[in-house]
Ligand binder design. Sequence first.
Ligand SMILES: NC(=O)c1ccc[n+]([C@@H]2O[C@H](COP(=O)([O-])OP(=O)(O)OC[C@H]3O[C@@H](n4cnc5c(N)ncnc54)[C@H](O)[C@@H]3O)[C@@H](O)[C@H]2O)c1
Length: 326
Amino acid sequence: MKYLITGGAGFIGSHLSEELLKQGHDIISIDNFNDYYDPLLKQKNYASVQNTAKENGCFYMLYKGDIRDKKIIEEIFSKHSIDGVVSLAANAGVRPSIQDPLYYVDVNLMGLTNLLEASKKHNVKGFVFISSSSVYGNNKKVPFSENDIVDNPISPYAATKKAGELLCYTYHALYDMNIACLRYFTVYGPRQRPDLAINKFTRLMLENQPIPMYGDGTTARDYTYVSDIVDGTIKALNYVSKKDKHIYDIFNLGGSHPISLRDLINVISNTMNKKAVINQLPMQAGDVDMTYSDYSHAKEILNYEPKIRIEEGIKQFIEWYMRTQR
Ligand SMILES: NC(=O)c1ccc[n+]([C@@H]2O[C@H](COP(=O)([O-])OP(=O)(O)OC[C@H]3O[C@@H](n4cnc5c(N)ncnc54)[C@H](O)[C@@H]3O)[C@@H](O)[C@H]2O)c1
């Protein structure tokens, strides 16, 4: 199969591309290498995917371009016979979306619509849209289930993800495209974005700097290791690639084991055998109190079952960090 992975030089996109190449698929990718974080890190991810393609004898081509650019998207779809799309490219930060909502709406919704249009035009049946647990806002009921009402996003980022799910439904209804929307719960592991907590805390601890803790440390996140996320995403891609089906579905991909911010800092500190100095700060606007996934739907339909628990995942992340980032 030949798949288009958008955002393929990013944290999750590079892991997903590598795993699909190892499974013998061909990959077309697009990434604009923006400077939300150091583009050099994305270049390294890209180089690693290139190596994996070479090792596995598979076709791999990355277009340096923007998903909002109709010309380049049309070029990709008309040159390559795409069997399925995974739409990862997006502006991904919660807090920055409050500073620049127009940019978030532009990339996350105009870019997505551009891809849906091209997929429709070129009869691509299977489409996977990457949504986020942030659509649940400050949902009081835990764990979060796909049947919960998600009409109260508390950041522009979260609102674009919810709107993206709606756009996907429209393309499914109008053009019978098979679409799965995956609500990822905080993803971590090697190559994690440097703005995310585990990566940032590890760096600060190594530099003997205090760790900013927003709130009293009781906010909690359901962390999901990147290999589990990749596994669930590929299962969803296989599911929507079934030509004889009519699929629109939403799946939580999480770990179902939320951990408080204070406990997370303790796990990192114990793994590094280093005492953490904490700088307590007020809660940030847009941050939710807790995320907690009920992934029973993904388990039932996709056979998704996360394997890596937080202690093991943090250990693997820190080993990677010490090996490559110092
Ligand atoms: N990391 C998480 O915890 C998490 C949680 C929930 C959802 N997600 C979603 O998963 C996806 C990937 O996240 P990530 O953590 O790998 O982020 P990332 O920033 O590492 O990857 C996104 C990639 O998309 C590219 N990109 C951004 N705008 C683009 C554009 N206009 N055109 C082409 N490329 C563009 C970036 O250069 C980047 O390489 C995003 O959609 C994000 O919202 C991530």
